[in-house]
Structure formats: C-alpha cells, structure tokens
Design a binder for this molecule. Structure first.
Ligand code: NAP
Length: 307
C-alpha cells in the first residue's frame, strides 16, 4: 500500500522511514513537510496539494507535533484517507474524539499509535501481571531532553506536554499491562520559569484494588537514561526497563532488545491490519492520565531552561 509521511522531522527520519522501507506492506510514495524531504520520494510542502495530486495514496501517517496534528488529520479524513497518528494522538482529548467520529462516519481507519506498547517485553509483562494481586507500581522515566528533543521549541509551548511527551510512553505501557484502570489523584509539576510545560513531574494514582501507584518523570537526567516500571505483587516483583525492552521477575532477566527496537515496524504492521479490516484503534487512556495530571498538578516554578 502506498503511504504518505507528514512532518519530516526527528521521529520520521529516525523511525518511520526505516520502518516503512523494511515493510512488505508499505511503499513510501510521498512526503509532506515544509522543510524536510526523503531522498527519492516525491515531496510536497502543502498537505492539500498532496491530497489533490496523489489520489493513489490512500493512507497518511502524521509525525507532526501534537498541536498542528488535528488540522492535518481532519484534512486527510475529509479527503477519504486512512490516518495513522504519532503519539500523543492530538493536543486535546476532544479533538481526538472528533477525529475518531469523523473516521467512523466516513468508514475509514484511524490509529492512535503508542510505540512503547510494542516494546519487546510489554506483552510478556501484561501476561505475567494478569492473574497477580498488585501491591504497588512505580514508574521512573528520566531522560535528557537535550538528547531526544534537540532544539524543539514546541515541547515547551502550550499543548507541547513537556516531560509528559516521554512520560506518556510510560503511561501507555502502564495502561496496557495493568488489568485494572487507574486514574490520577495528585501531581506536582516542575515548570521552568521561561516555559509553559513541565520539565519534571511526580504523579499519584488511584488503583481500584488499593495498590500504591506512582510515577516520576524527569527531563534533566544526563548520562544513563532510565525508563523503568516496577510492579510489586504478592508473589514477586516485575521490573520492565529500557522502555519495556527488558523484563526481570525477581531478578531473572529476559529480553535484550535495544530501546525502541522493533516498535515502529510493529506499528506499521498494525496499521496494515487495521486498513485491511477497515477497523479503528483509538485508545485514549494514556492521554487522559497525562491531561488529568496537567489539570490537577500543583505548579512549582523552577530554573529556566535553555537548550
Ligand atoms: P520535530 O522533529 O520537532 O517535528 C516533526 C516535524 O513536524 C518538523 O520537522 C516539522 O516539519 C513539522 N512541524 C513542526 N511544527 C509544525 C507546525 N506548527 N505545523 C506544521 N508542521 C510542523 O518533532 P519529533 O521529535 O519528530 O516529534 C513529532 C512527534 O513524534 C511528537 O508527537 C513526538 O511525541 C513523537 N515522538 C518523538 C520522539 C523523539 O524521540 N523525538 C519519539 C517518539 C515519538 P517541517 O518544518 O518540515 O514542516
């Protein structure tokens, strides 16, 4: 199937282009980006022009930041294209509902991707936790913003999510592996005085069966990066590390993939499946947790951030 990639920036180049080239399902037939291009692929600077000129391309994958994404997605749906959305699927929950409704009305597929859910050991962690009594779950997601978002001003602007941009990856794993839904009860947000979004966050969650669930997100970590989820149950402790690529149960380790390894090829496999079956996959639970933490969070001003 021919696909167009929209927003040729860091994640498009690092992950989407290689995943599409390595897939038997997809052919990268066009790009839409104001500055970026991909060698050997027809490039458009304007979405409407691409949709008009390339009626042979029926699927569009959007790799833009969350705020501009809605307009592009709606334009694609109105032009009868199936749509794949980078995470988070939009800037607000309401606009994601609007996109889903538009896709449903038009009989088109739409996919809110959560790449971290496709990390190597997430399915195994979900299976292990399925029949255990959870006592506590702790998320530690600490990385260096300068390394993963070099020069990206949008992450500090309203709707950019700040440290919830990576933190939502952890929330996408937690909502996938826990058999019960959780919700946010309290949050503390460290916000640089020159930014609109947090650089650090502590979050507490309600668990329906009384487990202690919490998360710490921090974008100020230099050196080794930490993407860990530890779940203590009545019969043992499960630890997911490297963003879900590695799992340990009571210290016994399985999995040796690199962080992000295999995630994007699996997203494109899933999109191919959705398009073939004419289905929709829009799980907004990670986004609900992130936006609720931002709504409830106490704002603590902290040192200004300079890239
Ligand atoms: P990025 O490089 O800053 O942006 C992607 C591209 O979107 C830009 O190159 C730009 O292309 C276009 N764009 C930016 N602002 C725009 C605007 N206001 N209107 C229209 N187009 C705009 O960002 P990214 O790191 O690739 O992240 C994009 C999405 O991928 C985010 O939702 C992020 O959460 C997700 N993601 C990122 C990473 C990562 O490690 N960075 C990992 C996984 C997922 P043109 O200027 O050429 O139009």
């Amino acid at each position: 199937m021919k696909i167009a990639l929209v927003g040729i920036g860091k994640i498009a180049v690092d992950q989407h282009v290689p995943a599409i080239s390595g897939s038997a399902d997809w052919e990268l037939a066009a790009t839409v980006s104001r500055h970026g291009t991909v060698d050997g692929v027809e490039a458009f600077a304007d979405m409407a022009e691409m949709l008009e000129a390339r009626s042979d391309i029926r699927v569009v994958s959007l790799c833009l930041p969350p705020v501009p994404r809605f307009e592009y997605a709606m334009q694609a749906l109105k032009a009868g294209r199936q749509v794949m959305l980078e995470k988070p699927p939009g800037a607000t929950i309401a606009e994601c509902h609007a996109l889903e409704a538009a896709a449903r009305d038009a009989g088109l597929s739409i996919y809110a991707t959560w790449h971290s859910r496709h990390a190597d050991m997430v399915a195994a962690a979900k299976a292990w936790l399925a029949d255990k009594e959870l006592l506590s779950l702790t998320v530690t997601w600490k990385e260096d913003v300068r390394r993963w978002h070099p020069g990206q001003a949008w992450i500090w602007e309203p709707g950019g999510l700040g440290v919830f941009d990576p933190g939502i990856n952890a929330l996408s794993i937690v909502t996938e592996i826990l058999p019960d839904d959780i919700h946010v009860t309290k949050a503390e947000l460290d916000i640089p005085t020159n930014c609109q979004t947090p650089i650090g966050a502590h979050i507490a969650f309600h668990h329906p069966k009384g487990a202690q669930v919490s998360a710490v997100f921090d974008w100020r970590q230099e050196g080794d990066q930490t993407w860990e989820i530890e779940a203590v149950t009545e019969v043992g402790t499960l630890k997911l590390s490297d963003g879900g690529a590695v799992m340990e149960v009571d210290g016994m380790r399985t999995g040796d993939a690199a962080p992000l390894g295999g995630e994007y090829p699996r997203l494109y496999d899933r999109m191919a499946q959705l398009v073939r079956k004419g289905e929709i996959d829009m799980d907004l639970r990670p986004m609900t947790l992130a936006t609720d933490a931002l709504a409830l969070g106490r704002r603590n001003p902290t040192d200004p951030f300079f890239d």
